[in-house]
Structures are given as structure tokens and as C-alpha cells.
Design a protein around this ligand. Structure first.
Ligand SMILES: [Zn+2]
Length: 147
């Protein structure tokens, strides 16, 4: 049986959508293939046709999420380097900057997937027509999709 958003309590919905987002899967059906290439979202889910970007600027939230997470990560890296090493400033920068830049780039797909999940969960809560969870062909929504 396909669970409807209205059948799930908010906590269960948030956990399911978060788990799918962290696995880079569609928030509605759990299928892989949200991206046509690195950090480039498809317009719609290839499996359930959920529209990932319904309006201009709909991914602005993912930009803010990226900025916030990257700033926290950069602060943690700087703290770790300063507090846990006796490196000079040049070495600290030579190590920290590439690590932070690599993380910033690597986080982009997660940022977009998480934000697509946030939008979808909001639509579920608002009982939008497309805000219904779907399962994949194998039934649990997490393992049956092809990319
Ligand atoms: Zn889908």
C-alpha cells in the first residue's frame, strides 16, 4: 500500500524524506537519478515525475544551506588545524583551503537533494496534490529504483 502524506505523522515524514535526501534519492519515490550530472538536477524525477524545480529561484534555499554548512565546516577545519597542530600559517592555509574547497564542491548535490526534500515535505504538510509519497517497485521506497 502506498503511504499518503496524510497517513504519516510529521516526524516519520521528515525522517523518510531526510533519509532519501541524504542518499541523493527522490524525496517522493526514493528513486535514484535525481541528477543528470554532478550537481545538476533533472527537471523532474525520471521515475515519478516529481518536479524538482517548480518555479524560478526555487533552489535559492539550497544556496543558503550550502553557505551555512560550508561556513560551519570551514570553522571546524580551522579550529582543528589551529588547535590540534603546530603548523605555521602557510601550512595551515595550504591544508585548510583545499579541504574546505573540496568539501564545498562535494556538498553541492546533497544541498540540492536536501532542499528538494524540504520543499517536498512542505508540500506534503500543505497537502499539495503532488505531495504524496510513493514507493518504488520493490515496495520500501529505498532500494528498487534504477538511476
Ligand atoms: Zn521520484
Amino acid at each position: 500500500m502506498t503511504p499518503e502524506a496524510t497517513e504519516l505523522e510529521l516526524g516519520a515524514l521528515v525522517r523518510l524524506v531526510a533519509r532519501r535526501a541524504l542518499a541523493l534519492r527522490c524525496p517522493r519515490c526514493g528513486a535514484r537519478g535525481m541528477f543528470r550530472r554532478f550537481a545538476k538536477l533533472h527537471e523532474t524525477c525520471p521515475t515519478c515525475e516529481l518536479v524538482f524545480r517548480r518555479e524560478q529561484g526555487s533552489q535559492t534555499g539550497s544556496m543558503y544551506l550550502t553557505a551555512a554548512v560550508n561556513q560551519v565546516f570551514a570553522a571546524l577545519v580551522i579550529l582543528a588545524v589551529v588547535l590540534c597542530t603546530d603548523w605555521g600559517l602557510a601550512v595551515q592555509l595550504a591544508v585548510s583551503i583545499p579541504v574546505v574547497v573540496a568539501f564545498c564542491i562535494a556538498f553541492l548535490p546533497w544541498s540540492q537533494a536536501i532542499w528538494a526534500g524540504v520543499e517536498f515535505a512542505t508540500d506534503c504538510i500543505n497537502r499539495e496534490e503532488w505531495g504524496r509519497l510513493r514507493e518504488t517497485s520493490e515496495g520500501n521506497g529505498e532500494h528498487g529504483a534504477r538511476s
